[in-house]
Design a protein around this ligand. Sequence first.
Ligand code: KIV
Length: 264
Amino acid sequence: MNTAALTINHLSGMKQQGEKIAMLTCYDATFAQAMDQAGVDIILVGDSLGMVVQGRDSTVGVSVEDIAYHTQCVSQGLERTFLLADMPFGSFHNESTAMENAVILLGAGSSMVKLEGAGPMIGIVEYMTSRGAPVCGHLGLTPQSVHQLGGFKVQARDEVSARQLLQDAQAIEEAGAQMLVLECVPAALGKAVAAALDVPVIGIGAGVDCDGQVLVMHDMLGLGERAPKFVADFMQQSDTVEGAFRAYVQSVREGRFPSEEHEY
Ligand code: KIV
């Protein structure tokens, strides 16, 4: 296996060559090492840790210190995998706060930071990227807004909101973001966004035509109590956790995951 550390250039090259990108969330060094060896391309230290590690009802309440701690833990296990860290709720509401917190997360070992939303966030992305902070956007279902959205629901089902989401995605790319996570939208919209953008679009519940896929680790290991429709349990295909990670990577690479049953 090639153990050279992946960069954003490798990931962009994968998109250009039509090679699907496999991403998972992870929160500690042991699982990170297993993912690295299984060929996972990107690890996200997601603020989903608020739910799957801390036992909260939502991701609201996770702190920058929490993400920095888990980012440091994960980075100890990695040789090849690209490390992305989430900016938690309230950590990027203005330009200087966003930049200061990005510096903390990049200092903890991540190679890029992810932040949710469009609108006023576009200016913040522009501010950060023009000052050297690598940024990934996150559109569609943005879990930090769960209380505004009224629950974890599929987004942009109608034509007007789908058009708005496509425009937002293009604006985030123009602001300098080098990757986009797209969550819980109809598969046709996932395909349109991936086709419209030059940067890799990583879907979660956004259909097989995104440039890559991401799942929360606990969900794909079959540990969630009520898994959302877009989740597959990869422990069904393996006797070991590392085997489940390999099965996931292979299924994503070959375009077998997600299948129609996982799409909206
Ligand atoms: O925090 C997280 O795990 C995420 C994924 C759902 C993409 O943002």
